[in-house]
Design a protein around this ligand. Structure first.
Ligand code: F6R
Length: 255
């Protein structure tokens, strides 16, 4: 796991955008996360697209997850959110931005179809991830099998309370979701996890330095041969091996 520590959240976004742009230049299939953390990275990518630096015309994208029961036009559906925050502002083909069908009559069949669509597209080249305060990635809550494909899941009460800020009240947060599984995520070529703020310090310490366990779904990054974790100083606060990560960063052997 390559751990990159930047002084501020803005610098985390700049570092993440640099990595994503490298992939986009090669026509990558992107895995996109929603939530607050990647918004600053999306702003960087939009800015650099507008500056004529990068085109997304050869890329396509798969979202990580979706709430069950929110129609695509609902402001808080991830289908809507990713368009509003990112893909409507770049030149990616709109038809190439896929998300699990949260309104499917049979969500289990929708999960299987989404998994197959990712496989049919040749897989995800670079998967952007945030991390929940309880260590979830995508909506894989603590206890989810480390090998799961895309599946129906039930949100943890902690996640419902964390995400209530996007809704009128916690009672409005859907309880059920469709999410790429930890198995799906592990098949992406490059995992790029972002975390900023002191409230993520415990989750970051667990995922990077804790045991590999379904109780911290993000610890599955320890199994991935190409995982990059980009965090700010606040989110790095719980790491024990911090000086070594800084030493590695200062002495990177460039390819
Ligand atoms: C969003 C997602 C979630 C978030 C996580 C952190 O698509 O899959 O795992 O990345 O809940 O959310 P924020 O960034 O809002 O703290």
């Amino acid at each position: 796991m390559h751990i990159i520590i930047r002084p501020t959240a803005d610098e985390v976004a700049i570092a993440a955008a640099d990595i994503l742009i490298d992939h986009v230049r090669r026509g990558a299939t992107l895995g996109l996360a929603t939530g607050s953390t990647p918004v600053a990275t999306y702003k960087q990518l939009i800015r650099r697209h507008r500056a004529g630096e990068i085109s997304f015309a050869d890329s396509r994208a798969f979202l990580l997850d979706e709430y069950i029961g929110l129609p695509p036009e609902h402001e808080q559906s991830y289908h809507h959110t990713i368009r509003h925050e990112f893909t409507d502002h770049i030149d990616i083909d709109e038809a190439g931005v896929a998300s699990p069908d949260g309104m499917a009559a049979d969500p289990y069949a929708a999960a299987a179809a989404y998994e197959q669509a990712i496989i049919d597209a040749g897989g995800i080249d670079v998967q952007l991830l945030g991390v929940g305060t309880n260590g979830h990635i995508g909506f894989n809550e603590p206890g989810t099998a480390l090998t799961m494909p895309t599946h129906v899941d039930t949100l943890h009460p902690q996640t419902i309370s964390d995400n209530a800020r996007f809704f009128d009240s916690a009672a409005d947060v859907p309880i059920h979701v469709l999410t790429q599984g930890l198995g799906t995520i592990q098949r992406a070529g490059h995992l790029v996890l972002l975390a900023t703020g002191e409230h993520k310090a415990e989750a970051v310490a667990s995922l990077a330095e804790g045991p590999l366990t379904a109780m911290c779904p993000a610890s599955v990054l320890q199994l991935h041969a190409n995982a990059t974790v980009i965090i700010d100083e606040d989110a790095a606060g719980g790491l024990r091996n911090l000086e070594y990560y800084r030493f590695v960063e200062a002495n990177l052997l460039k390819r």
